[in-house]
Design a protein around this ligand. Structure first.
Ligand SMILES: NC(=O)c1ccc[n+]([C@@H]2O[C@H](COP(=O)([O-])OP(=O)(O)OC[C@H]3O[C@@H](n4cnc5c(N)ncnc54)[C@H](OP(=O)(O)O)[C@@H]3O)[C@@H](O)[C@H]2O)c1
Length: 264
């Protein structure tokens, strides 16, 4: 996820004073980012205090390690952070207060990106900690807008709520595509054709939705002729009460986010 953001910054030509410092543990990961314009890529394998060097020169410090590693990473870099550093966490399930406690007086922002960020079409939720100013949030918003859209939400609750929609949302979509492929198989298509039909229909419809800028219900009406085949199929789908199912699914994700924040 951190790599996607670095690539987004470089691809968008966002100027970063002094350049971008990236650290990874392995040489292999560091090498994959080393050729990017304006990026200094450090492998901790060969420069064990690389995190301290990167942190000490940065205005914005993005923490992209797994959630269980955040506390140790903050302990390592906190003494080296500039007073005006903005600490941005990508980690799921780590509350703002836990990060603020270890970041000293610096501004902290929590974020919830999603995997389409890797193709420049992400949606990222950003939440200000108690010390993050409007200017800090504008900088962080610009960072995430290099890989898609950014939406400001209110605190940990806002991050937990947005994680149930855009954070987990790609999985809901892939599940629908899987089931749609099964339906195409059921209608007699071979595996390869079923996949092409299901995927390209969803991708094509998504692009149409974006291009038209119309309400999705209106676009649905336009392909649903009275007494036609689509009308029959949609009637069956509506009986499944998808709205209640999506609400229940996102409620389950929200409850799990609250559990994770307690370390469960
Ligand atoms: N993937 C998602 O959809 C998603 C969405 C929202 C939030 N997140 C959050 O993003 C974070 C990263 O997830 P990910 O899927 O991108 O994980 P990942 O692929 O494992 O990336 C973590 C990176 O951190 C590096 N690293 C590990 N320890 C380090 C250290 N002490 N100092 C510097 N670099 C270190 C690793 O380098 P090596 O491989 O060389 O060890 C690796 O490149 C997580 O906290 C996750 O909750 C992810």
């Amino acid at each position: 996820m951190g790599g996607a953001i670095v690539r987004g910054l470089v691809a968008n030509g966002i100027p970063v004073d002094g350049g971008i410092f990236v650290t990874n543990r392995s040489e292999a990961k560091a090498a994959s980012l080393a050729g990017l314009d304006g990026v200094t890529s450090i492998a901790l394998e060969s420069e064990p205090d690389g995190n301290a060097r990167a942190a000490s020169s940065a205005r914005v410090v993005v923490l992209g390690v797994k959630p269980y590693m955040i506390a140790a990473l903050l302990d390592e870099i906190a003494p080296h952070l500039a007073d005006d550093a903005i600490v941005v966490s990508l980690a799921a399930g780590i509350p703002l207060a836990q990060i603020e406690e270890k970041a000293g007086a610096r501004a902290v922002v929590r974020s919830m990106p999603n995997t389409p960020s890797t193709v420049g079409r992400g949606v990222t939720g950003i939440a200000a900690g108690s010390r993050a100013s409007g200017d800090d949030m504008a900088i962080v918003r610009r960072l995430f807008e290099t890989v898609g859209s950014a939406v400001e939400v209110d605190g940990d609750d806002g991050i937990d709520a947005i994680s149930t929609i855009s954070g987990s949302g790609p999985a809901y979509f892939f599940l629908l595509v899987e089931k749609f492929i099964d339906a195409a198989r059921h209608q007699g298509f071979d595996a390869e054709t079923a996949r092409l039909l299901a995927e390209q229909t969803f991708i094509g419809a998504a692009r149409l939705l974006e291009a038209e800028g119309e309400d999705p219900a209106e676009l649905r009406r336009r392909v649903t002729s009275p007494k036609g085949t689509t009308e029959k199929a949609v009637e069956v789908l509506q009986r499944a009460d998808l709205a209640s199912m999506f609400s229940a699914a996102t409620d389950a994700a929200y409850a799990r986010a609250k559990e994770l924040a307690t370390g469960a």
